[in-house]
Ligand binder design. Structure first.
Ligand code: ADP
Ligand code: MG
Length: 273
């Protein structure tokens, strides 16, 4: 397959939308897989206690193994918590276990509670695994776990489901991003919006797509992820759709999205300078 050029510098994206079921986790694992298939090295940090991203990447995440929970509370280093996905030598995952469910509360009283993920993902570690992209899968809330992700990464990727009330809650997400930007992470910006679960047979899907493009402009990827049974079946086999059915429309669309995302490196950099 086509090999993508390595980005000039490492990119870290937080995949956030406090609405559940919009395709955050599906996007995290399939985009990661799409980038890895095309030659880049990717780390997925699973910050959802459900651990669905870990499952889809085929990575064990039973209670007690070093995970994002131990990482956040300072009981494990990233090096101790990271695992390689059995599907690709370029795909790594720091899994989430159910222990993470209590972290939101445990973190409240901790020192530098918003910076713990950023501090744990050290340059030395990221250099060691040679990560080109880090994708952080957030839980469906705007609590301290998501704030940690927004402090660690400079880019936000918002998946938006092409359904009724697509933009519901996005205003609140944007206000939180602004708050984190002004107080904790001045480089933070919404670099990418991805339309998910698009059903081309409905007028509604097109209306939503148009509304989102009107709102976010060039941040919206041209690639759109179709609603597809293969995409939803893949995690049941501990796979991404790229492993489960590489020729499917779902797999193709995530490959397109990955290519487009990677191609944006230069322009993102230009914007920031
Ligand atoms: P979130 O992480 O935002 O809660 P998920 O990625 O878990 O959302 O997706 C919610 C549900 O929708 C899951 O069951 C997933 O398999 C399914 N799903 C996600 N994307 C698609 C798609 N493109 N086509 C069909 N089903 C999808
Ligand atoms: Mg999820």
């Amino acid at each position: 397959s086509v090999t993508l050029p390595k980005p000039d510098r490492r990119r870290m994206l937080t995949i956030a939308n406090q609405k559940g079921g919009v395709g955050k986790t599906t996007t995290a694992v399939n985009l990661a897989s799409a980038l890895a298939v095309q030659g880049l090295t990717v780390l997925v940090v699973d910050l959802d206690p459900q651990g669905n991203a870990s499952t889809a990447l085929g990575v064990p995440h039973h209670s007690g193994i070093p995970s994002s929970y131990e990482l956040l509370i300072g009981q494990s280093t990233a090096r101790e918590a990271v695992q390689q996905s059995p599907h690709s030598e370029r795909l790594f995952c720091i899994p989430a276990t159910i222990d993470l469910a209590g972290a939101e509360i445990e973190l409240v009283s901790m020192v530098a509670r918003e910076n713990r993920l950023k501090n744990a993902l050290t340059d030395a570690f990221l250099n060691e695994i040679d990560a080109d992209f880090i994708l952080i899968d957030c839980p469906p809330s705007l609590g301290l776990l998501t704030v940690n992700a927004l402090v660690a990464a400079n880019e936000v990727l918002i998946p938006i489901q092409c359904e009724y009330y697509a933009l519901e809650g996005v205003g609140q997400l944007l206000r939180n991003i602004e708050l984190v930007k002004s107080h904790l992470n001045p480089e933070l910006h919404v670099s990418t919006v991805l339309l998910t679960m698009y059903d081309g047979r409905t007028k509604l899907a097109d209306q939503v797509a148009e509304e989102v493009r009107g709102h976010f402009g060039d941040a919206v990827l041209r690639a759109v992820i179709p609603r597809s049974v293969k995409v939803s079946e893949a995690p049941g086999y501990g796979m991404t759709v790229l492993d489960y059915d590489p020729g499917s429309r779902g797999a193709m669309s995530y490959l397109d999205a990955g290519r487009e995302l990677a191609a944006r490196t230069a322009s993102t950099k230009a914007q920031e300078n």
